[in-house]
Design a protein around this ligand. Structure first.
Ligand code: URA
Length: 284
């Protein structure tokens, strides 16, 4: 285990134990080897180091967010479920173990009633979908009506647009792991309450821990602020890589926003080119 990995594991354990005041640490640049599943695609492509210059900030100055910033506002994290705690303590060496870990976590999610309003109004929980061993994870905000009906993230209009973005990048939906900050639909598609995000956080943390993506693309301000404990809007977070645990994080606009603001599509395309360049793929 490298020193960086050990440090991150230590910080996560501290965070899970409720220790909340540690200084923000700037990490030395990670050696970014091409991922297993993208390896074939990346064959012959430029290696992802050296990093492309970030537009707002040097990519090597990725940030390790201190645990006190993981839960925004004053929302309280509930006591972690025993089943989640034991999953968070395990290591997952094979895709089968990862798939098994995710299905155990999904089972706990389907029984969750921490958010009374959401549990009362949902048709079903929407856990996550995709490759349990993905290099890339997408994180959105919360399921909408279509997702609540079908039990899968990003299957409605926003999801169709996301599918087009995925295809334009030369990726396949099945090679990505897709989930949300919340696993239940907020009634009327309102924004998640901070307490709901805090209630659902252990499930998101579990998915990140099990899938162990190298990259996370965060879609929209709500998802970005919740994942990173940030208060800046996505317009100020995009154009750089942030660090969350072992993953490099890129924030961009939510596809629902693009459906209402056609002109933002070119900004998302810029972001995706920036992201793919990090993977060694030049989209021009
Ligand atoms: N919007 C999201 O943020 N997530 C979904 O799953 C669908 C729409």
């Amino acid at each position: 285990m490298t020193d960086n990995r050990a440090l991150r594991q230590f910080l996560r354990l501290m965070s899970a134990s409720g220790i909340s005041h540690l200084p923000t640490v700037t990490l030395p640049k990670l050696a970014a080897a091409p991922g297993k599943l993208l390896a074939a695609r990346l064959k012959g492509a430029a290696p992802s180091t050296p990093q492309p210059p970030a537009r707002n900030k040097s990519a090597s100055q990725t940030q390790l967010l201190s645990p006190d910033r993981l839960v925004p506002n004053s929302a309280q994290r509930p006591e972690i479920l025993e089943s989640t705690r034991s999953l968070l303590e395990q290591t997952f060496h094979t895709a089968e173990q990862q798939a098994d870990g995710l299905s155990k976590l999904a089972e706990a999610v389907s029984a969750c009633k921490r958010c009374a309003e959401l549990a009362d109004t949902r048709r079903q929980t929407v856990f996550g979908v995709g490759n349990p061993d993905a290099e890339i994870m997408f994180i959105g905000e919360a399921p909408g009506a279509d997702e609540d009906r079908q039990g899968e993230p990003f299957v409605g209009a926003a999801g169709k647009l996301m599918d087009k973005i995925i295809a334009a990048c030369g990726l396949k939906r099945e090679e990505i792991y897709i989930c949300n900050i919340l696993r239940c639909r907020p009634p009327g598609n309102r924004n998640p309450h901070p307490q709901e995000a805090a209630n659902c956080r252990e499930f998101l943390d579990g998915q990140i821990k099990i899938v162990a993506p190298k990259y996370i693309v965060v879609w929209g301000t709500v998802a970005a602020q919740n994942l990173l404990g940030e208060s800046r809007p996505v317009g100020r977070l995009r154009g750089q890589f942030l660090q969350h645990g072992d993953a490099k994080v890129m924030c961009t606009y939510h596809p629902s926003y693009l459906l209402r603001n056609e002109s933002a599509k070119k900004l998302v395309w810029e972001d995706m080119k920036f992201f793919m360049k990090e993977l060694g793929i030049d989209l021009g």
